[in-house]
Design a protein. Structure first.
Length: 134
C-alpha cells in the first residue's frame, strides 16, 4: 500500500510541476525565439500528455485571436481544478496510510501474541514430556 501511495504522490507531483510550468509557457510563448533554455523547457513539458494538451490549448487560443484574458481564465480554471484534485488525492492517500499504519500495528500485536502463545505451549510440552535416560 505504501508503494502505491508513493507512486500516486509522484504522479501528483508531476501534474503540479506541469501547472507551475504553465506560467513559463505563457511567458515563453511571447519571447521564445532565441531563448534555448525556454525552448528546452517547452520540449520537456510537451513530452507529457497533460503538458502537450496545455500547450496545444494555448496555441489554439492564441491563434484564434481571442483576448488573452480568456486564456488566462482558462488556465486559472485548470489550475484550480488540479489543486482540488490534488487535495482530494492527498486526503485519500492520508486515509490509506492511516489504514496501513493501523493494520500494521494490529498485525504486529497479533504476531507478538501468537509468538508468546507458541512459547507458552512449547514450555508446557517440554514440562509434560518425560525425560528419557539413555
Amino acid at each position: 500500500m505504501q508503494r502505491i501511495a508513493e507512486i500516486l504522490i509522484d504522479l501528483i507531483y508531476e501534474v503540479m510541476v506541469g501547472i507551475l510550468c504553465i506560467s513559463l509557457v505563457l511567458v515563453g510563448a511571447f519571447a521564445l525565439t532565441e531563448d534555448q533554455q525556454s525552448a528546452n523547457r517547452l520540449k520537456e513539458i510537451e513530452q507529457s500528455r497533460f503538458g502537450k494538451t496545455i500547450l496545444d490549448t494555448i496555441q489554439i487560443q492564441l491563434a484564434s485571436g481571442e483576448p488573452i484574458e480568456d486564456l488566462i481564465e482558462l488556465l486559472k480554471s485548470v489550475e484550480a481544478s488540479i489543486q482540488t484534485e490534488q487535495k482530494e488525492d492527498d486526503d485519500y492517500i492520508r486515509g490509506l496510510r492511516s489504514e496501513c499504519d493501523s493494520d500494521l500495528g494490529r498485525l504486529t500485536t497479533e504476531i507478538q501474541a501468537a509468538n508468546d502463545r507458541a512459547d507458552e505451549l512449547q514450555a508446557e510440552i517440554d514440562e509434560k514430556t518425560p525425560i528419557r535416560n539413555e
